[in-house]
Design a protein around this ligand. Structure first.
Ligand code: SAM
Length: 232
């Protein structure tokens, strides 16, 4: 729920057609059903569905006292994957607790991906919300775009890596991905074709440690999930 959807009377009204469809088609919601609800950036609690039509769902809210689960202190720098994979990666990384994401252009990212409708803010938001709902989280991640590799490395990376451990996921690196981190971390994941040697060199020079996930080469969304699950 967005905070503005809640009235003083502890009634919450939803008008967003996508969420109304989700309630009807996925949850098969009926008046009287009880749901776990979260307020964006706030608590989680229970609510009862009071009415449901094609234009509005109205819930009466109980106390919202459970806090959202703790975030994963990882800023993920993800080379922009193909649109279908982007959607799933956003959902998974959000469910795993990432709160900062940068989508990066690299040599092997297809230029056409930057024109994809999946990059529209409302599409990105929809995938983030699915991840939050799945994990019973309420704190929305921020997603930024870095459309040039050189400007990213020269202008943004020095400030991002300051005070964080930089991990560059690349097959064949000497060190295995660490397990269970609790320090602020920057994690870089490459595109379908991987980082090119020049990019690996620049990222290592900028202070990143190269890490691997073993001998299996994983597709981007699997690698993102496996890496975050190790760091979790
Ligand atoms: N042929 C590419 C290569 O060798 O780099 C494969 C790229 S893989 C499909 C996409 C991204 O997932 C990689 O750039 C890397 O960031 C991550 N990845 C996949 N498997 C990995 C592994 N075994 N170790 C480390 N990173 C991996």
């Amino acid at each position: 729920l967005a905070p503005e959807e809640i009235e003083h009377s502890r009634l919450a009204r939803i008008h967003d057609p996508r969420r109304l469809r989700h309630l009807k088609e996925i949850h098969r919601a009926r008046v009287g059903d009880r749901f776990t609800l979260g307020v964006e950036g706030g608590g989680i609690g229970h609510g009862e569905l009071m009415s449901l039509s094609d234009r509005e769902a109205c819930f009466s809210l109980g106390a919202l006292d459970a806090p959202p689960p703790p975030p994963l202190p990882v800023h993920l720098i993800l080379a922009l994957p193909r649109p279908r994979m982007l959607a799933r990666s956003l959902e998974h990384l959000t469910a795993l607790g990432v709160k900062q994401v940068t989508l990066l252009h690299t040599q092997r990212v297809e230029k056409s991906y930057w024109q994809s409708p999946e990059l529209a803010p409302e599409k990105i938001l929809a995938h983030l919300v699915l991840g939050l709902e799945q994990a019973r989280d309420t704190v929305m991640p921020t997603v930024t775009l870095a459309k040039g590799f050189r400007p990213f490395v020269e202008e943004q990376l020095p400030a991002l890596i300051e005070g964080r451990r930089g991990l560059l996921a690349h097959p064949g690196m000497a060190r295995a991905c660490p397990r269970g981190i609790n320090e602020p971390t920057l994690l870089l994941v490459g595109p379908e074709g991987g980082f090119i040697p020049f990019e690996v060199e620049r990222l290592l020079e900028a202070g990143c440690e190269g890490i691997h996930l073993g001998p299996r080469i994983l597709r981007v969304e699997t690698a993102v999930t496996a890496l975050l699950a190790r760091l979790f």
